[in-house]
Each structure stands twice: as C-alpha cells, then as structure tokens.
Write a protein that binds this ligand. Structure first.
Ligand code: SF4
Ligand code: ZN
Length: 419
C-alpha cells in the first residue's frame, strides 16, 4: 500500500514561489547554524519495523520558547524506509532538504550537510511556525516526490547542543564514507558525466557537471549520487552527459559537456573547463562549500570555506565572494568547489593543481590535513599542509609571502599562474 500525501499541514504558505525569498536582518526572528550554532542534516535508511511513518518529534527547545534574536543548534535527522529504498539514495534525499525548507514562506535555508543555516522570519513566528513543521514538510514532500522508493518517513529535530553534537559526529562519518565512494575512480574511467541543475531556481545559468574527480560544488553530490538520482528520476535534475571528444586534456574541456551546458544554461554559457579556475571555470552557485581565488603576487591560489567568517588574502570574505560570483556565471580567476574536491586528483590541475594552493583557513586545513599531505606526497611534496599558510600566518599576500618562501612552497617555483 502506497501512502498518498497531498496536504502539507503547516500554518504557512508553501511552494516553489517562496524559494528565492530572503529573510533579511530586520525581518529575522531567530536562526540555526550559519556559524552561530551547529546545524546538521542527515538522512539515513531505516528498517520498516524500526520507524513510524509521519512521526515528527522535536527534542529540545522549540521556536515559541525563543526570544527575538536568539539562536538554536539544530539537527535534522530523517529516517526513511522503503522496499525499494537503498543506502545510495540517502545523499539525494538529504540534498532535497535545502529547496523543500526554502519552499516554506518566511523560512530561508542555506547550505547543506553540517554547514546548514536556517533563518526564521518574524512573520513566520507570528503565524505559529514550529520546528515540527520542518518535519511535516519533509515527510509530505518525500512521499509526494519519491513515491517509488519511499514507504515511511520519520523525522527527529534535535535542538539541544548535546544531541546536535552527537548527530553531527555521526553525520560526518557518513559524509566521509559517501565522499570516499568515488575516491578510487578517475574521470578517464567513465564515458559519462552527470549534470546537476538543482540550483537553477536560484542561479538560472548554473549547471554543475559532476565527474568522478569533481564532486558537486555543494559537496553533497558526487558522481555516484548523480547516477543514483538519474535512476530514481530519469527526467530529473541529474542527466547523463556523454563526454564526447576531449577538446582540451589539460584544462578539461569536453565536446559533449559544452553541448549540454549550452542548452541547459539556455545559451548563457558556451563552454567551461573542468580543471581550471583561471580559464573559463565551471559556473558557481551560492551553495559552494569553498571558493578558490587567485593570489598573483604569491603565484598561487587560496581557497576559503563557508564556515570561515574572517578576512582572506584576496581581499574578500567568503560571503562577499559568494555574493559576487554565486549567481551562476563563470568567473575567470574564481571557482566554487567542495571541500572534498581540494584533494581530488583533478582539482585545478590545469592551473598546477593542489600544489598551487598557498592559503586556506586553519579550520579547513585541519579538517582535510591527512588528505592534503597524502595528495601532496603523490604530487612529489612532503608535508604540503604545513607549507600552506592560514590566517594565523596572515590575511594579506604581503603577510604570507615570507612564510611561503621560508617553507619553500612549491607554487613559488611553478610557471606563472597567468601567462
Ligand atoms: Fe546540484 Fe551543483 Fe546545486 Fe550541488 S551545487 S545541488 S551539485 S547544482
Ligand atoms: Zn546551489
């Protein structure tokens, strides 16, 4: 028996029309995540007997308990059971949380995984918005849009620090396991890449092309995930792209990809390169986990992750960079990418690859430390992580250059970044 959910029982209007709506400073009642508190999302497959369909639980304080301007930590834990459901579908369902929560009038959702950010407007609170409604929406929409694979959906909203931290730790292990599923694959192994146009509602000309060695810039979709998503929904946002003729091996340009993006961006984008940030980089939308930018006087590049709020040597903070280039255009000299992508083999390989990276925030460096050193070693440089400057060394090119010289950073002896 398949359950049909047609009603979404919340006190607020709901639909794609509200997706692009912002909750700005003056309208803001409270927020979860966004660097103020931890906000984490996790979808896990469950056994049919283990969960109850439509059960939504709030564990911890709720919105009505808050005063204006306050924050809450939040863990959104969705369990899904279905005869046709597979573990491989978890990341796909999890990535829907972003647009589905955005569909609620007066609620804004940014980011994904363990860097989510939800802003709740005063108007929504006046109408009686509660954390429970997030679960009501996810239950209803998962049934509606994924009827084929979903039989039961149970949602738990954690809003006390202890539970959120516990969920986050577990989620990070899950993200790691998902990311590593493509670790052994190369772009040359496959003749098909996958598109992702899920973000076109925000960034109309934006087309992610996801290859084994380039995960989606949001970090939430890799090649395996897009492949599974296409299997669930053959007319959906993840379409196979035949690579076709290789037009540029070094920069990563493919005839089939160019044809696809021309049509998918409705003529706005003619071409882009997979492995370059300097020359016609891939388009960037506001969801990216990191943004890389050139640092000409260091002959290198920097990258900054969303969860770092400070200044950077390119003169812009993450939020400024995301505002300038997150609208779906291709911006030479800048590119959005996932955290995992930094240590994937093709990361800006056309521009010299990982060995070009001269600065990143300490938090990101610590997070991917072992992978940085492993990939650096593969490229012939020992202890690469310790040669990369961070904000404790400096936040301008002048401040970090002496450090790079002292450590013998490989970028300094590479060919000029811009020829
Ligand atoms: Fe898809 Fe790219 Fe948006 Fe991620 S950032 S959801 S891969 S379009
Ligand atoms: Zn996006």
């Amino acid at each position: 028996l398949k359950i049909n959910v047609t009603e979404i029982d919340i006190p607020l209007a709901f639909g794609p029309a509200f997706e692009g709506e912002r909750v700005r400073g003056g309208d803001l009642f409270c927020q979860m995540g966004g660097g103020k508190t931890q906000c984490t999302e996790l979808v896990k497959m469950a056994d049919m007997k283990e969960i109850d369909d439509a059960k939504v639980q709030v564990v911890g304080p709720d919105i009505p308990d808050l005063k204006e301007g306050e924050t809450l930590p939040l863990g959104i834990y969705v369990q899904i059971a279905g005869r046709e459901f597979q573990e491989d579908f978890e990341p796909i369902m999890e990535r829907q949380i972003h647009h589905l929560i955005n569909y609620i009038q007066g609620i804004m959702h940014i980011g994904q995984r363990d860097i989510s950010w939800i802003r709740v407007s005063k108007a929504a609170v006046e109408k009686g918005f509660s954390l429970k409604h997030l679960g009501v929406v996810l239950h209803a929409k998962f049934h509606q849009e994924f009827q084929k694979i979903v039989d039961k959906v149970q949602v738990t909203l954690y809003s006390n620090k202890e539970d959120v931290d516990k969920l986050t730790e577990r989620a990070r292990a899950e993200y790691k396991r998902r990311d590593e599923r493509v670790d052994k694959m190369t772009d040359e192994d496959v003749d098909t890449f996958y598109s992702c146009t899920l973000c076109q509602s925000f960034a109309p000309s934006h087309v992610c092309t996801v290859s084994p060695e380039r995960t989606g810039l949001c970090g939430a979709y890799n090649w395996m995930d897009c492949k599974a998503s296409f299997e669930i929904n053959p007319t959906g946002p993840n379409q196979p792209i035949k690579k076709g003729k290789v037009l540029d091996t070094k920069l990563g340009r493919f005839e089939g990809v160019d044809e696809f993006i021309r049509q998918a961006s409705k003529g706005a984008i003619d071409t882009y390169n997979f492995y370059s940030m300097v020359h016609a980089p891939m388009t960037t939308c506001g969801c990216c986990e990191c943004i890389a930018a050139m640092l000409p006087s260091c002959n290198g590049v920097m990258t900054v992750n969303r969860d770092y709020a400070g200044e950077t040597p390119c003169g812009m903070k993450f939020t400024t960079l995301a505002g300038v280039m997150g609208g779906g255009q291709s911006s030479p000299g800048f590119v959005g990418h996932s955290k995992f992508n930094v240590t994937q083999k093709k990361f800006i390989l056309g521009d010299g690859g990982l060995l070009r990276v001269v600065w990143m925030p300490k938090s990101l460096k610590d997070e991917i430390y072992d992978r940085l050193n492993a990939r650096g070693k593969e490229m012939g440089v020992e202890n690469l992580a310790d040669k990369i400057a961070d904000e404790t060394v400096g936040i301008t090119e002048d401040e970090i250059l002496p450090f790079l010289q002292e450590k013998g950073h490989p970028a300094l002896s590479m060919e000029p970044l811009i020829s």
